[in-house]
Write a protein that binds this ligand. Structure first.
Ligand SMILES: [Cu+2]
Length: 158
């Protein structure tokens, strides 16, 4: 099924509100310890004039409860969205997702052609070798602050 960004907007918002309410109710008991860590964090370089790019990383959950990335931000761009890329017939199409799950005792890899963090409204060119800081918010309210190394990536989108 083909789906534009619009189909995601309302259910995603509702899910976020419900989930936030639930998380608030249980947060005092549940998640006092950060169990999710990030590694291999990088962002595709973006020359002057290019308004978007994407961040890739591996998230590992050492806990016994699945955790979900629900939002993110970076000073390097106006907006950060959680995205996935899927094959739709012969086309690769990307769309926003409301959250990215990090399974209990497991990991999830954000990579070109799959899940990624999409940056919109880049505030300056990103040059290979530079570092930007990315903040991710989990469903239990914890935040993950990680440096992302700017790397060149030829030929592939995003
Ligand atoms: Cu994207």
């Amino acid at each position: 099924m083909t789906c534009s960004a619009n189909c995601f907007a309302r259910p995603a918002l509702l899910a976020t509100v419900l989930f936030t309410a639930l998380a608030g109710a249980v947060s005092s008991a549940a998640a006092q310890t950060a169990t999710v860590t990030a590694k291999d964090v990088w962002v595709r370089e973006a020359p002057a004039g290019r308004p978007t790019t994407a961040v890739f990383l591996v998230l590992t959950n050492s806990g016994t409860t699945a955790r979900h990335v629900v939002s993110g931000a970076t000073a390097a761009a106006d907006t950060l969205e959680l995205h996935e890329m899927k094959r739709d017939g012969n086309m690769m199409q990307m769309s926003p997702v409301s959250r990215i799950t990090v399974p209990a005792g497991g990991d999830v890899t954000l990579r070109p052609g799959g899940l990624h963090l999409m940056l919109f409204g880049l505030r300056k060119p990103l040059v290979a070798g530079d570092t930007i800081r990315v903040s991710l918010t989990l469903d239990d309210g914890t935040k993950l602050e990680v440096p992302a190394e700017v790397r060149a990536m030829m030929g592939r989108m995003p």
